[in-house]
Design a protein around this ligand. Structure first.
Ligand SMILES: [Zn+2]
Length: 120
């Protein structure tokens, strides 16, 4: 369409989960929960319909795969040492295993703190 510009789209979802960081010297050493907010960013060329990927396709993947394995779980049962960085990387890997053109995953653990994972 236009030379010299690139587009990305971002799909955001939220899940609730508990975790515990055994190495932490502060309150995160105890089991506690977060309302995690996750942003999935996709990039690439627009298809014949003018989209990078249909938001509905992303929504189905999020519900069937990501929510199914993360929502209302004890994250230490899903992966070791579930820091925001490691949870974001775990989500990135799950999305990257699909044809969806993921560029980045940002995981907000609190209103002020997030981890960003993208291809190196
Ligand atoms: Zn925490």
């Amino acid at each position: 369409m236009s030379e010299g510009i690139v587009s990305t789209i971002t799909y955001e979802f939220e899940f609730q989960a508990a975790h515990q960081l055994h190495w932490h010297q502060g309150p995160c050493r105890s089991m506690h929960g977060h309302s995690y907010r996750c942003e999935l960013t996709f990039g690439g060329d627009l298809d014949a319909n003018g989209v990078i990927v249909d938001f509905d396709v992303v929504a189905v993947f999020v519900e069937s795969t990501l929510m199914a394995c993360l929502d209302h779980t004890y994250l230490n049962d899903v992966l070791d040492n579930p820091t925001a960085e490691r949870i974001a990387a775990f989500i990135f890997t799950l999305v990257a295993d699909t044809p969806l053109p993921v560029e980045a995953v940002r995981l907000w653990e609190t209103r002020t703190s997030s981890a960003l994972v993208r291809r190196a």
